[in-house]
Design a protein around this ligand. Structure first.
Ligand SMILES: [Zn+2]
Length: 161
């Protein structure tokens, strides 16, 4: 029954802030939960302490393109709930999103629910990680890698423009 009077359909008040789905991102520094929409320019920072936020979101066939239009390296995690190696990789990606906050965005895509993306990224075997920079595929990693090897593969793509 919340009479929060949410009349604001909310025109973006900053350039570069795209219309898109809200993701809840928890600040690794202070724990504040932030409501963040996709951005094509800045990286999300915590409303409380201004630390860069671990940028990990879930996307669908419908929301992927606006999420992928990020100004940092994007790792698309093509996964499914029944895939054991995917469950191995998931916490590693969460750690990397924290450690590389401000330089990396992780987009999780459930291939069972999003067949168009599974096909587009040819995720015949999962987990498949696709690394994007400016919307272009710059690396593909098929199968689960331990965290140090994954970090080595990602590091070259994390530089700022
Ligand atoms: Zn914070």
């Amino acid at each position: 029954m919340g009479s929060s009077g949410a009349g604001g359909s909310g025109a973006p008040d900053r350039p570069g802030v795209a219309e898109g789905p809200v993701s809840i991102l928890s600040c690794a520094a202070c724990g504040t939960k932030n409501r963040i929409r996709p951005s094509t320019r800045g990286v999300p920072v915590c409303a409380s302490c201004k630390a860069p936020l671990p940028w990990l979101v879930h996307a669908t066939d419908g929301t992927f393109d606006v999420e992928a239009a990020a100004p940092v390296a994007v790792v698309v995690d093509l996964w499914a709930p029944w895939c054991a190696p995917c469950r191995f990789v998931a916490p590693i990606l969460e750690e990397l999103a924290r450690e590389y906050a401000g330089r990396l965005k992780v987009i999780k895509v459930n291939v069972d629910e999003n067949p168009a993306l599974a096909q587009r990224f040819q995720a015949f075997s999962i987990p498949t990680l696709v690394v994007l920079r400016d919307g272009r595929v710059v690396d593909r990693i098929v199968g689960a890698l331990p965290k140090p090897q994954l970090a080595v593969r990602l590091t070259p793509h994390l530089l700022r423009h």
